[in-house]
Design a binder for this molecule. Structure first.
Ligand code: T46
Length: 140
């Protein structure tokens, strides 16, 4: 089963004026970037996500503030704390995700390898588990 999530640390190009991070396809971003979106001004206490993607590679970076990601592959759940602009959370494969604990100043930027397509979303958890089971049996 091809499932991959990991933290990618970015090099800082810093000098006396401050810091700069460059994101480059196939250098520190492991895919062809087709789309960038960002989430900000989140309502206090809100939880977002609640879906998986059939086919999407994404890299999520909290460029300001902090938030948490719960990633669930249908068997294991892991929580990632994104609290610095120097690290990105890479998500690939059939992974259920929820984002929460947004700080009031949080700006969560996400790079993706495909254009927005609602048909790529699995927004029902039971359907997600069915797809995971299917994928596991195909990979046996
Ligand atoms: C994901 C997590 C991390 C667009 O029109 N274009 C876009 O590129 C996106 C991402 C969303 N939208 C529309 C669809 C909805 O009407 O914006 C609205 C909010 O999207 P959604 O409810 O899917 O947002 P989140 O925060 O639950 O999930 C988003 C991404 O959709 C998703 O791919 O992995 O962030």
């Amino acid at each position: 089963m091809k499932i991959n999530t990991k933290i990618i640390n970015f090099d800082i190009r810093g000098d006396a004026r401050g810091s700069l991070i460059a994101l480059e396809k196939e250098h520190n971003v492991p895919f062809d970037i087709k789309r960038v979106y960002y989430i900000f001004d989140t309502t206090d206490g809100v939880r977002r996500g609640f879906h998986a993607h059939k086919n999407l590679k994404q890299l999520a970076i909290c460029v300001k503030g902090s938030c948490k990601f719960l990633l669930d592959d249908g068997a294991d759940k892991n929580i990632y704390n994104l609290n610095e602009p120097t690290k990105g959370l890479y998500i690939e494969g059939l992974i259920w995700r929820e984002m929460f604990d947004f700080s009031p100043d949080c700006v969560l930027m996400v790079l993706a390898d495909a254009y927005y397509d609602e048909a790529d979303y699995i927004r029902d958890y039971a359907n997600f588990l069915t797809e995971v089971t299917k994928l596991k049996s195909e990979c046996k």
